[in-house]
Ligand binder design. Structure first.
Ligand code: GTP
Length: 323
């Protein structure tokens, strides 16, 4: 089926279903319910399904609709955001999926080389498929997954790199990428390869209406798939601090918290009479100017201090209990 027709059909189905759906609960909006049905109907029509997951939480970010979908040769689990994940853990996850007979792949949607490798991998899979069914029609790949795992970022990067590799001219299309979950509202078809033609279909992120497991909920909130309030802000903070504490990562931030640093920060604060002046000074000091660097810096310093404080408290509690 031609990609444009398929994308139009999915789009129409979403619009129709959106108009006839009652209100959802929490994160499960009517739009999500509609998208979910439209995607389910179309899964059998496409050649490959890329199930995009978050490489940091490959089990908790599974796409519920594929739970009973066993045709593993057509389904590829793509663990995106691997730049944010622990590399040795990612290797373990690849082994885990291999044992379960799933094809899995780790990728960073923001990295050219990583995308080029994924593209080569997909083209090889498509050639395998063509050997079996001998058809010459356009190959369609459906990108599915929960919100905010990077489906649109992947679609855009594959489109951009694919067009450059094929030396194709013309305007690039763009799927909406956003740090807020649920930004993708429509299906967008993007061409990622020629001879044979391959299109990816970017779809809206979908979650099940209810998530019964609290730990899954917490992980989804921590990685930005659902809002913090759904997991409980206190539980979220506790879980986050214990993850940081276990990883020892926070110890690297000790240098942000030494007295020297604090003094120079305080001095600079006094020197600058207004916050905008302060911003200008900070920008001048860091030529690459990532205002966010200062936010990240402050957040890390605070986290280091909180965890260190908690460690002391826990130790004291332990000592008190022993005595
Ligand atoms: N660090 C990192 N960030 C990524 C990567 N891929 C995507 N992101 C970021 O993750 C956020 C979500 O990306 P989107 O592509 O909008 O995610 P989506 O799955 O299409 O989201 P929905 O529209 O909610 O379905 C954006 O801020 C992206 O820049 C990646 O590989 N690494």
């Amino acid at each position: 089926m031609a990609t444009a027709t398929l994308a139009r059909q999915i789009g129409r189905a979403i619009t129709k279903a959106t108009n006839s759906t009652g209100s959802g609960n929490g994160w499960f909006s009517p739009h999500m319910a509609a998208a979910s049905r439209a995607i389910a109907e179309r899964i059998s029509l496409v050649d490959l399904v890329l199930e995009v997951r978050d490489a940091r939480i490959p089990l908790s970010s599974a796409y519920d609709q594929l739970r009973n979908y066993t045709s593993s040769s057509k389904r590829i689990i793509v663990m995106n955001k691997m730049d944010l994940a622990n590399h040795s853990q990612l290797k373990d996850w690849m082994k885990y999926f291999e044992q379960k007979n799933y094809i899995s792949y780790g990728v960073n949607a923001h990295n050219k080389e990583s995308i080029q490798q994924l593209l080569n991998f997909l083209q090889a899979r498509v050639r395998e498929l063509k050997k079996v069914d001998h058809s010459s029609h356009t190959t369609t790949i459906l990108l599915v997954g929960i919100p905010n795992v990077g489906k649109s970022a992947l679609a855009n990067s594959l489109h951009r790199i694919g067009r450059i590799s094929a030396a194709e001219k013309g305007k690039l299309k763009h799927a909406t990428v956003s740090p807020q979950p649920g930004e993708t509202k429509n299906i967008t078809g993007l061409k990622i390869a020629s001879h044979p033609n391959i299109y990816v279909l970017d779809t809206p992120g979908v979650l099940p209406p209810h998530i019964l497991d609290d730990e899954v909920c917490t992980k989804l909130a921590l990685t930005g798939t659902i809002q913090d309030c759904f997991a409980g802000e206190k539980e979220l903070a506790q879980c986050f601090l214990s993850i940081l504490n276990r990883s020892d990562e926070y110890k690297k931030w000790a240098k942000l918290s030494n007295s020297e640093n604090e003094r120079s920060f305080a001095d600079r604060n006094i020197e600058c009479s207004t916050s905008s002046e302060m911003g200008m000074k900070r920008k001048r000091q860091y030529p690459t100017d990532h205002t966010q660097d200062f936010i990240v810096h402050d957040v890390r310093r605070t986290l280091f201090e909180v965890i260190s404080f908690l460690m002391v408290m826990w130790k004291m509690k332990g000592l008190l209990r022993k005595s």
